[in-house]
Design a protein around this ligand. Sequence first.
Ligand code: AMP
Ligand code: ZN
Length: 114
Amino acid sequence: MADCLFCRIARKEIPANILYEDRLVTAFADIHPQAPVHVLIIPKAHFDTLNDVTAEEQQLLGHIVLAATRVAGEQGLRDQGYRLVANCQASAGQSVFHVHFHLLGGRNFQWPPG
Ligand code: AMP
Ligand code: ZN
């Protein structure tokens, strides 16, 4: 989508600290980190929310999770642990309407989340 913030980051029209990238996904540092490690993993293709990802994208979803675990390992979080979350719709906290997963680590987390 032409004016979507995360599409523009994926196209490198807006600067971001990109930590991993391949044909399908881009992973970059969150601009307002909520933990010592806070990385966003996005599909290069645009989907507004998780509700818009269909069964045809099963492989893409698996690819995103594997990219996230790869970045977690590169960030030294493999044994310490990390949280991988996606907010779907505004009431869950989604503020950017291009599907993304938050990879958070480097501190302890509480459950249930706020
Ligand atoms: P969410 O609230 O789940 O939609 O997450 C959106 C995330 O995008 C937030 O954690 C923001 O801090 C982050 N964010 C917004 N703009 C940028 C940007 N230009 N570069 C990196 N992260 C961003
Ligand atoms: Zn987009």
